[in-house]
Design a binder for this molecule. Structure first.
Ligand SMILES: [Zn+2]
Ligand SMILES: [Zn+2]
Length: 282
């Protein structure tokens, strides 16, 4: 099965300079069946002033990319909303007025501490920081569940659920996720109950870690608890990273006994089988 990268940032996100047309070109060069842009929408007060999200510009870009590429691959318009407890009404109002193929909710903060800033880990060791981050991720998953109404899902995918390990690896040279399996299980159970799909985000494989977010143990737990499919994405911020390590993510899915990836088009979930032979099990 050709892969569909469901997590790409272009220069419509504040932290990327990537030309969207180059991202599509790279997706085609990699033989991908689809690329979904997930531009940052960061309502957190520390980020909103810098957030350059512009829906009109973004929609026009997607339209022109679609007409230039014909039917050679699917080009998705998605959004990565950053969780901020006090600003979710604002985000929900925005989402109710705009149309997306895929809406991801992710968290780049915990207790108002920016994960990527070393000083904001003051007073915490890797394990305590990871626990507090995962506690907030559980809140994020429960929030998604609370705003689902009937068959309508505001949020489709939960982004990089164990993101703390990217920073504990950098700041403390350790990954404390395995010490928090109780919280991981609770997050996964909530996802399954809420029909919220966790992603496998391969960016950590380019950043010196030996596993994506999440790693194989969490993917196996997800399958054991009843999960059936996950979303896969590179979280590329450079055109050359589009499609990176999606085959690795697919191998982990298969190793966990999950034989489908969850794709989103026009807000609808489609579980697509990972065909036999497309990747060898680990
Ligand atoms: Zn993110
Ligand atoms: Zn992202």
């Amino acid at each position: 099965m050709p892969f569909h990268d469901q997590h790409v940032h272009s220069n419509q996100s504040v932290d990327s300079q990537a030309d969207p047309a180059e991202c599509v070109e790279n997706a085609l060069n990699h033989g991908l069946s689809g690329i979904t842009f997930l531009e940052h929408f960061d309502p957190h007060p520390a980020e909103w002033d810098e957030c350059i999200y512009d829906d009109q510009r973004y929609s026009a870009t997607i339209e022109s990319l679609r007409s230039d590429s014909g039917n050679r691959l699917f080009i998705g318009k998605g959004i990565e909303v950053g969780y901020c407890r006090d600003r979710m009404d604002f985000a929900l109002d925005f989402l109710s007025r705009h149309q997306f193929d895929l809406v991801m909710l992710s968290d780049h903060f915990f207790e108002d501490r920016a994960l990527h800033v070393r000083e904001e880990w003051a007073g915490l060791d890797a394990t305590e920081g990871t626990r507090r981050f995962l506690q907030e991720m559980l809140e994020v998953a429960r929030f998604c569940e609370s705003v689902h109404q009937g068959g309508h899902h505001v949020f489709h995918v939960l982004g990089h659920l164990d993101l703390a390990k990217r920073y504990t690896s950098r700041f403390f040279d350790t990954n404390a996720t395995p010490l928090c399996s109780d919280l991981i299980d609770e997050i996964l159970r909530t996802c399954i109950a809420a029909n919220l799909v966790p992603e496998i985000n391969t960016s950590t494989l380019r950043q010196g870690l030996d596993e994506p977010m999440p790693g194989i143990k969490t993917i196996v737990r997800y399958a054991k608890l009843g999960g059936t499919a996950m979303s896969i994405g590179s979280d590329a911020h450079l055109a050359e990273h589009v499609g990176a390590d999606l085959d690795h993510a697919a191998r982990l899915l298969r190793a966990a006994g999950l034989n489908h990836v969850a794709l989103f088009k026009d807000g609808k979930r489609i579980d697509v089988p990972l065909e036999q032979g497309c990747c060898d099990p680990l």
